[in-house]
Design a binder for this molecule. Structure first.
Ligand code: MEV
Length: 319
């Protein structure tokens, strides 16, 4: 049996603007998704995902892209794309195991796609480089979701902190220490496609204003890259708050996110922002070590749930 695992992610700077070819900064987090594979003698793909209550779901290898339930589509489409590219057909037993919920926006879909492709390359003894995994995994995510920059796929493959440009045009590692981050979950599931669409509608209505916001976000990302390497967390916090002002102006923040962000700042955080698509999911705050507990308490006091993460985490690996 072959097993591979890949980490989830947190967007630190640059969400949404990255869809329009601006850079972003992403961190891989230590919540991983593992995929175990074994060959079968028949033409069945038998998939179990106990964390999401899927046991022994059967798909035929000639029928992998038919309308399967959304929960198994990422794994089955990864298998389909891998088989197509490397001209393979084989029955498989697959089991996925997740250390985090698919409801909090930490990138479970991209992590499961990357783990599946890495495990398949090991099982069939095909050497597949990181950029090749990226291209195949990004195609798989786009096949299903239709939208996305691929930043989450890059984090799952390369790990660490990355400066990233859409489609993998830039994937650059940022050298820094662990960033003192607090993560608060709003309890609301965000729908990335809807929010990306909302921004594209705003861009159509007001191209000049929205492009100006994207340019400002790009400026913040470039400054943040330097300050991360300097490990100047106070500056990083200030840049996060500036990024949040721009995201609010884009219209993708929410009452719940704003409550948690306000609470983090009240608790003494250097700065805070939403992380990801907006509309819900998680917010992040940078604090000094001494204020971390106070920031967490304030977030909890207004109804947020603290998600304990260690960052940066290592990229995809065979277990
Ligand atoms: C979603 O987590 C981040 C977005 O920038 C979309 C993407 O980059 O794929 C909104």
């Amino acid at each position: 049996m072959i097993k591979a695992s890949a980490p989830g992610k947190l967007m630190l700077f640059g969400e949404h603007a990255v869809v329009y070819n601006k850079p972003c900064i992403v961190a891989a987090v230590d919540h991983r998704i593992g995929v175990s594979l074994e060959k079968r003698e028949d033409r069945k793909i038998v998939l179990s995902a106990p964390d999401i209550n899927f046991k022994n779901y059967v798909a035929l290898i000639d029928d992998l892209v038919k309308s399967h339930p959304k929960k198994v589509r990422f794994v089955l489409t990864s298998v389909f794309n891998f088989f197509e590219k490397y001209k393979i057909k084989s029955g498989l037993d697959i089991e996925t195991k997740s250390e985090f919920s698919d409801r909090i926006g930490l990138g479970s879909s991209s992590a499961v796609v990357v783990s599946t492709i890495k495990a398949l390359s090991e099982l069939f003894e095909i050497e597949v480089g990181k950029k090749e995994i990226f291209d195949l995994a990004y195609k798989t995510v786009l096949d299903i979701q239709g939208v996305g920059s691929g930043f989450d796929v890059a984090a799952a493959i390369y790990g660490g902190f990355l400066l990233f440009v859409k489609g993998g045009k830039t994937i650059k590692s940022i050298k820094t220490e662990k960033i003192p981050l607090v993560v608060g979950y709003t309890g609301v599931k965000a729908d990335t496609s809807t929010l990306v669409k909302r921004v594209s509608e705003r861009l159509k209505e007001n191209p000049k204003g929205i492009n100006k916001i994207f340019e400002e976000i790009e400026r913040i990302v470039n400054l943040a890259e330097i300050e991360m390497e300097n490990q100047n967390w106070e500056k990083i916090g200030k840049l996060m708050s500036l990024n949040q002002d721009l995201l609010r102006n884009l219209g993708i923040s929410s009452k719940e996110l704003e409550n948690l962000i306000r609470a983090a700042l009240k608790g003494g955080a250097y700065g805070a922002k939403l992380s990801g698509a907006g509309g819900g999911d998680c917010m992040i705050a940078v604090t000094c070590k001494e204020e971390q507990d106070r920031v967490k308490k304030e977030i909890e006091r207004v109804g947020g749930k603290i998600i304990e993460v260690k960052i940066p985490a290592k990229g995809v690996r065979v277990e």
